[in-house]
Design a protein around this ligand. Structure first.
Ligand SMILES: *[C@@H]1O[C@H](CO)[C@@H](O)[C@H](O)[C@H]1NC(C)=O
Ligand SMILES: *[C@@H]1O[C@H](CO)[C@@H](O)[C@H](O)[C@H]1NC(C)=O
Ligand SMILES: *[C@@H]1O[C@H](CO)[C@@H](O)[C@H](O)[C@H]1NC(C)=O
Ligand SMILES: *[C@@H]1O[C@H](CO)[C@@H](O)[C@H](O)[C@H]1NC(C)=O
Ligand SMILES: *[C@@H]1O[C@H](CO)[C@@H](O)[C@H](O)[C@H]1NC(C)=O
Ligand SMILES: *[C@@H]1O[C@H](CO)[C@@H](O)[C@H](O)[C@H]1NC(C)=O
Length: 934
């Protein structure tokens, strides 16, 4: 698949020009990519990366195919030079001229008209270079040349310098290439346990040539729009009765007259109504930044809400810089009015009285309301960002919303998301917990490094601050919870220094930069933490982290949790799951489906332990380019095999590809069941003393085709997990909690609605042929319940020994809920009906005496719906599958059917390359088909 060819960006010759300036977009074709050392030269484009241009030119195979992750490492080990074609159409009466780069990956030496212009060393910064002098002396049409160094080599060179910091062995999370922590480049470009290691290089974002024809003029480099409640301060709950402050700040190139003014227009998009217009107050110019503000009445704006909690009301804000008689520059940002706050305050008396355990809060509040955060962790959707299309990300965000997810954690160590992804999240109501790009390592703190980070932080905080989907800034990932404890264990005598360095970078440096550029967003130094003891903005270390203070005290809870356990024997023991206020990471890996493997692997390699499949599995990390070392991958592959063997029937099909496919599917069953078990447990915690208010599993989607923790495969295909998560993320759910060692069975209804829901749960025991079990095995047939706002209620408790089950291997408890309640911020007062089906078997699937349900599948061409029916036995894990060539999802999947029961679902087509023929390739199966039959 040559996905990137879809990325024919409309190459605008000129942006809407502001007064007296011309802007030449250097993006598009007409570039050359070359390596002198390798004697290669191919056509290139901007934005791009060398791998993509080499692939497009036919100079290399698809980087994602087979073992090219290993075979193409020579690309990352070499320099690549991007040279533009001669630039036409430059103004000859310009007063000054600039090259503006929105993103260069990463180490660049820039020449213009053959003259040295400057260097760059941070993938995440925007750079502008004054080329006026060089241009004035340039004969003919100039070219731009960007010589990209090998980040792999440069990282090693920095590490080899005599004054480079060192850390104890085993502390720094190392994947394929070492020393990523010395450079400001996407950290997963050097490998991660779910991805390849290409270390791409190139102009990965747009580039412009800006010229000013007059002394005065402004080109907008970046805009910071901050909307907050008056007197709001990042770490304190905002007062919803206060008016809004709209603070607009523009970073510009050029120069302004001595007394510039600013004007604003705030327009509601749905109604077209102007909420506010006029000039901004308190206009100040500092350096190359102009800032002003205005107020909006407390209740004047329609609020923006996350999906499921209300509407996503959006506004266009246009800010104009003016002198006494004309507009000098203007910028429009789409935004929303909301407060989003990470509450880490101490538990109050009032909360204690509600049964909430002491300690501290650790949950989000939107517009002053607590809510349950449901979602997952977003990793880079591709190893090569320039080929991430808006269309593909639309499909992904639609899948997020269809999956009942309202929050994604944008994990530290990919890249800061492009604005178009925040835009998609704004429209769909998906909150984006955003992180600075630091992960699983300790980082240097020398001044040049800190200065480089500071510029990166300021640029990105300002760039994305207007997006209502922005939910949080976190310094990095697993540094406080994993790296510091690791360092303490390995080098206790230096531990205090490591903590000092950590606080220097993530608190003393970054916190004030966030607060100075945003009043609206909470900050924490690292994901997974126990909150803070104190914030004092005038102190040298403005946030005093709690670390482990008090966390050993029984019955006290403080923070969020991050939990992995690859011993599958305890996968369903909820007693071992962490109890905390919020779960921001948990999971287990599984195989992608056959159709996805076929995009990347030759047919002869399609078996579970082929060298290609094994080497594409990076859990545990391959640690270098040795394609003969199977030790680490064997462990990870073994974990999947063992998990299947422990709990599920093991497939044994004659046809080797069918067998491979069934095994891949089996690993997905385990994964989905385990996540479901954890999510149910965490959600139930909303009504337990821990008052648990979030479940974000690891991970939303894949970067390529490989075994990973993802719920959505590389091209958009849903694994079993994404369907099961969608089911268990519904507002009102019913869940069995079975302790397999004691035999205790408890059934809970959990709701994240904002007021009470009432209804009934039917409990129906049947055998596997679907016949009712006599006396319903001693279980009441139905239970009425009422469940409070963001709460849980136990509806039934028993012990398996008390039930009259003749054969526990031939029994299934169907658990059917119907409830009525109000959706948060619903437009009408009417009650909404919620249904949920769950099921419970007293033994694991491998020990069930499964019978052939004789599934039938009908397609109705008129309604384009599929109807599945179990004709003769209970169908567990009923799975409708679709062929390659189409992307989309069924409205429901992986469900239980009893004989005679029919299920009709539509397939939501997101992309179809088969001209509708995919319909003929739809199949249905169930757990029965996974069993070994002779
Ligand atoms: C490779 O690129 C780096 C960064 O631009 C530069 O410092 C170095 O001189 C380049 N080396 C060659 C051989 O071009
Ligand atoms: C809002 O702003 C965007 C981007 O500048 C523009 O394309 C769109 O037309 C504007 N919408 C309205 C209703 O003004
Ligand atoms: C919160 O509780 C901790 C003890 O866990 C205490 O040290 C801290 O001062 C309290 N913070 C506030 C703001 O009361
Ligand atoms: C959850 O519901 C129980 C039972 O009604 C109630 O006692 C408890 O206070 C509720 N919890 C919260 C946090 O509202
Ligand atoms: C308690 O918090 C202080 C201040 O952050 C920190 O220095 C100390 O190490 C913490 N103690 C523990 C046991 O985490
Ligand atoms: C529960 O059982 C009753 C009686 O058979 C039936 O009317 C009702 O529809 C069932 N409810 C659900 C949610 O299945």
């Amino acid at each position: 698949m040559h996905l990137w060819k879809q990325l024919v960006l409309a190459a605008l010759p000129c942006l809407p020009p502001a007064l007296g300036q011309s802007v030449l977009d250097l993006s598009g074709d007409g570039w050359t990519v070359s390596s002198k050392a390798l004697n290669i030269s191919v056509p290139g484009r901007v934005p791009s990366q060398a791998h993509l241009d080499l692939f497009a030119a036919g100079a290399i195979d698809d980087p994602y195919y087979g073992l090219n992750d290993f075979n193409l490492r020579w690309i990352g080990n070499n320099n690549w030079t991007y040279t533009s074609k001669p630039i036409q159409g430059l103004s000859n009466k310009s007063k000054s001229s600039w090259l503006v780069f929105n993103g260069l990956d990463t180490f660049t030496t820039i020449e213009f008209c053959g003259q040295f212009i400057g260097t760059t060393d941070n993938q995440f910064r925007q750079y502008a270079f004054d080329i006026s002098n060089v241009l004035s002396k340039c004969k003919g049409s100039p070219t731009v040349s960007l010589n990209f160094g090998s980040a792999i080599k440069i990282a090693n060179e920095i590490a080899a310098q005599p004054d480079a910091p060192e850390w104890p062995a085993g502390v720094q999370g190392t994947f394929e290439f070492p020393n990523r922590w010395f450079i400001r480049k996407e950290q997963s470009d050097f490998g991660w346990d779910w991805g390849p290691a290409f270390s791409p290089a190139g102009p990965w974002q747009n580039a412009y040539l800006v010229q000013f024809e007059r002394e005065e003029g402004a080109y907008v480099l970046n805009t910071d729009l901050d909307i907050y409640r008056k007197n709001q301060i990042n770490h304190i709950a905002p007062d919803q009765s206060q008016p809004w402050v709209v603070n607009a700040s523009i970073d510009y190139l050029g120069s302004l007259p001595s007394k510039p003014s600013m004007a604003i227009e705030i327009k509601e998009l749905e109604s077209g109504k102007v909420l506010k217009s006029g000039s901004l107050d308190n206009v100040v110019v500092t350096g190359q930044t102009i800032t002003g503000n205005t107020m909006v009445d407390a209740d004047a704006a329609n609020l923006w809400w996350p999906t499921g909690l209300g509407k996503q009301n959006l506004y266009n804000v246009t800010v104009t810089i003016q002198d006494s008689h004309q507009d000098l520059a203007s910028v429009t940002k789409r935004t929303g009015f909301r407060t989003i706050f990470l509450n880490r305050s101490n538990i109050t008396e009032e909360q204690l009285a509600q049964g909430i355990a002491p300690g501290a809060n650790w949950h989000f509040e939107v517009n002053g309301r607590e809510f349950y955060a449901k979602g997952s962790n977003l990793i880079p959707p591709d190893a090569f960002w320039p080929r991430v299309t808006k269309a593909k990300m639309q499909r992904l965000f639609d899948a997020v919303v269809a999956g009942n997810q309202n929050m994604l954690r944008v994990w530290a160590s990919g890249a800061y998301l492009p604005d178009f992804m925040y835009d998609l999240a704004d429209e769909r109501g998906v909150l984006l917990w955003s992180e600075f790009q630091f992960s699983d390592a300790l980082y240097p703190t020398d001044q040049p490094f800190l200065d480089n980070v500071a510029a990166e932080v300021v640029y990105n905080v300002r760039r994305v601050n207007h997006h209502p989907s922005l939910a949080l800034w976190a310094g990095g990932n697993e540094i406080e919870s994993l790296e510091l404890p690791e360092a303490e264990e390995k080098a206790p005598e230096q531990y205090a220094d490591y903590v000092g360095d950590y606080e220097h970078l993530f608190i003393t440096l970054i916190l004030p930069l966030v607060y100075e550029n945003s009043r609206s967003i909470s900050y924490m130094p690292s994901s997974t933490n126990n909150g803070f003891l104190e914030v004092d903005l005038s102190a040298k270390i403005p946030m005093v982290e709690r670390y482990k203070n008090g966390t050993d005290a029984k019955g006290y809870y403080y923070g969020d949790t991050d939990y992995y356990n690859y011993d599958s024997s305890v996968a369903f023991d909820f007693d071992g799951y962490p109890v905390g206020r919020f779960a921001n990471e948990f999971g287990y890996h599984s195989m992608p489906s056959l159709q996805t493997w076929q995009q990347a692997v030759d047919d002869e390699d399609l078996h579970f332990n082929s060298s290609t499949i094994m080497l594409r599995n990076h859990h545990y990390p391959a640690n270098g380019p040795d394609t003969h070392n199977y030790k680490n991958t064997s462990m990870g592959m073994g974990e999947m095999t063992l998990a299947v063997q422990r709990y599920y029937p093991t497939p044994n099909e004659h046809d080797s590809i069918a067998n491979f496919s069934a095994w891949c599917h089996a690993t997905q069953h385990f994964q989905a069941d385990m996540y479901k078990s954890e999510i149910q447990f965490y959600r139930r915690g909303s009504g337990m003393p821990e008052r648990q208010l979030g479940s974000l599993y690891w991970q939303l989607e894949d970067i390529w085709q490989a075994p990973t923790w993802a719920g959505i495969e590389y091209d958009g295909r849903w694994k079993v997990l994404h369907y099961v998560a969608r089911d268990i993320f519904q507002p009102v759910i019913v869940s069995p909690f079975w302790n397999s060692s004691t035999g205790d069975l408890d059934i809970y209804v959990t709701s994240d609605l904002w007021d009470t829901a009432r209804g009934t749960v039917n409990l129906t025991w049947v055998d596997l042929s679907g016949k009712p079990i006599s006396g319903n095995a001693g279980t009441p047939k139905s239970k009425h319940f009422s469940v409070g706002a963001l709460n849980t209620t136990n509806i039934y408790s028993t012990n398996m020994s008390k039930l009259s089950l003749a054969n526990s291997q031939d029994a299934v408890l169907l658990i059917d809920l119907i409830a009525q309640g109000h959706l948060p911020n619903a437009e009408s007062e009417a009650l909404t009906t919620f249904t949920h089906r769950n099921q419970f078997t007293p033994v694991y699937p491998k020990d069930l005496e499964l019978k052939d349900p004789k599934l039938s599948l009908l397609h109705d061409a008129k309604t384009s719906a599929f109807t599945v029916e179990a004709k003769s036995a209970v169908s567990l894990y009923t799975w409708i599958d679709y062929p390659a060539g189409v992307v989309g999802y069924f409205e429901d999947n992986s469900f239980t059917l009893v004989p005679g029961e029919k299920k009709t679902v539509k397939f939501v087509v997101q992309k179809d390359e088969t001209g509708g023929k995919w319909v003929d390739g739809v199949t249905v199966r169930s757990m029965w088909d996974q069993t070994t039959r002779s």
